[in-house]
Write a new protein. Structure first.
Length: 247
């Protein structure tokens, strides 16, 4: 029997209360262990789509399966399990860091899961080791550099031991060294990754497959290298490679 995909979205439609149609029949399948980039212009519906994948938003119509779980806003137990399985790292790390120390921020999620103290310590320490921040566990997050705060934000999600990691513009505002350090961390992870980004070289570096979402519809789904070589497709979707980029 074949394993279920990490993510399966079928005919997903969503309209905001003001009537704005943000998603118009999205079909998407991501297999376990894939790293996929979600590209597209501002206002394309990328954030709206991501917010459906752990139950923050509920579809107007269509279905969402996360592994063996079918998301249903009426089933709070399933939603809880999906939110443990799908971790989101927001663009601004300060949206996720609010405790007095790095360790307390990373331990916050496992603590709220009601885990034993030993398991909280194991998960939190391992997550900090994975992002190279264990030596700064007692530091106040606001005393860290931006790149360090982003790594701690990733650790807060990894401590939940998710099967799917969603990252919103992970390379934004990073200096070259921090950008490289984060890419090495992400490449080392044994999880399914969906990365929302405008940074096309980062998509090329980290994700073999890319999707383009525009006006609430997936207009391209191909190998990242094929998408980035299609200048007409990039132009039509307001995507640009930096000057001088070469494959």
């Amino acid at each position: 029997m074949m394993a279920k995909p990490s993510v399966h979205v079928s005919a997903l439609h969503y309209a905001y209360p003001d009537g704005n149609k943000a998603l118009n029949g999205v079909d998407l399948t991501i297999t376990k262990g894939e790293r996929v980039a979600l590209l597209g212009p501002n206002g394309a519906g990328k954030t709206t789509l991501v917010m459906h994948l752990n139950g923050i938003l509920s579809p107007t119509s269509g279905s969402i399966d996360i592994g063996e779980f079918a998301l249903d806003e009426k089933n709070k137990e399933v939603t809880k399990k999906v939110r443990e399985r799908v971790g989101i790292v927001f663009q601004d790390p300060d949206d996720q860091l609010f405790m007095p120390t790095v360790y307390e921020d990373v331990a916050f999620g496992p603590t709220n899961m009601g885990l034993a103290r030993e398991e909280i310590e194991r998960r939190s320490t391992r997550a900090l080791e994975m992002v190279g921040m264990v030596e700064l566990r007692d530091r106040a997050p606001h005393h860290l550099s931006f790149g360090q705060r982003r790594r701690v934000a990733v650790a807060t999600v990894l401590a939940m031991e998710p099967e799917i990691l969603i990252l919103d513009e992970p390379s934004s505002n990073l200096d070259p060294a921090s950008r490289r350090e984060l890419s090495e961390i992400l490449l080392s992870l044994d999880v399914t990754i969906l990365m929302v980004t405008h940074d096309l070289p980062y998509a090329f570096e980290l994700c073999q497959r890319s999707l383009i979402l525009n006006q609430g519809e997936i207009v391209a789904d191909d190998l990242t290298v094929n998408i980035l070589r299609n200048q007409r497709l990039l132009t039509a979707n307001r995507l640009e490679l930096p000057h001088g980029f070469s494959f």
